[in-house]
Design a protein. Structure first.
Length: 162
């Protein structure tokens, strides 16, 4: 799906999952996963998703709607999952969901974030993204429509400086 004429890739093709076993160095003074460490992982996963989708260099322009919903603790598994929700001209939106996984395999959501990642040309400037995404499910369509609203809000924030 795209307003532009270009070949498409499925969202699944660039979906990326990262798994971490929480160690002492990941934990803050409150005995929980340190938020900054999680943001590092989120940014890494979004970058991998965007690079897999575009096949070119990318950089993160913004991280927003970053919601820490629940804590995670030492020795838990943390799963960071990213996938594309929208592709614009030179930028794309990547949603990253993070879960803590218990020993029986049950996952509880601990974070959700939306990142805007921009494709870069050899001159280090934004360049057109070569592929759109194929929307295959109702929830993918819903994400696309919501992304359009988030993009408008981001533009308004940039223009008005709030
Ligand atoms: C991201 C960057 C390349 C954008 O440069 P720019 O001159 O603002 O680019 P443009 O105005 O041409 O915008 C390019 C695209 O990015 C989007 N964009 C730019 N800044 C954005 C922001 N802050 N939030 C969301 N989207 C943004 C634009 O909407 C546009 O999207 P589109 O082509 O799909 O319509 C530039 O700001 C940059 O290099 N930032 C540093 C990035 C970085 O180093 N990240 C690593 C972490 S420090």
């Amino acid at each position: 799906m795209s307003d532009l004429k270009r070949p498409e890739k499925s969202i699944e093709e660039s979906r990326t999952e990262q798994v971490h076993l929480l160690r002492y160095e990941d934990i803050n003074g409150e005995s929980r996963l340190f938020g900054g460490k999680l943001v590092f992982w989120i940014d890494e996963v979004a970058g991998a998703v965007a690079r897999r989708h575009t096949g070119i260099r990318v950089t993160t322009a913004s991280i927003d709607n970053l919601q820490f919903k629940n804590p995670a603790f030492l020795d838990e598994l943390v799963i960071v999952v990213g996938y594309i929700t929208y592709v614009g001209n030179t930028s794309m939106e990547v949603r990253v969901d993070t879960y803590a996984e218990s020993t029986n395999g049950t996952r509880r959501p601990i974070n959700r974030a939306y990142l805007t990642v921009v494709a870069l040309g050899s001159d280090d400037r934004p360049c057109p993204i070569p592929y759109g995404i194929t929307i295959e499910t109702e929830s993918q369509k819903y994400e696309w429509d919501c992304a359009l609203k988030r993009i408008e809000l981001r533009k308004m924030r940039r223009q008005e400086g709030f």
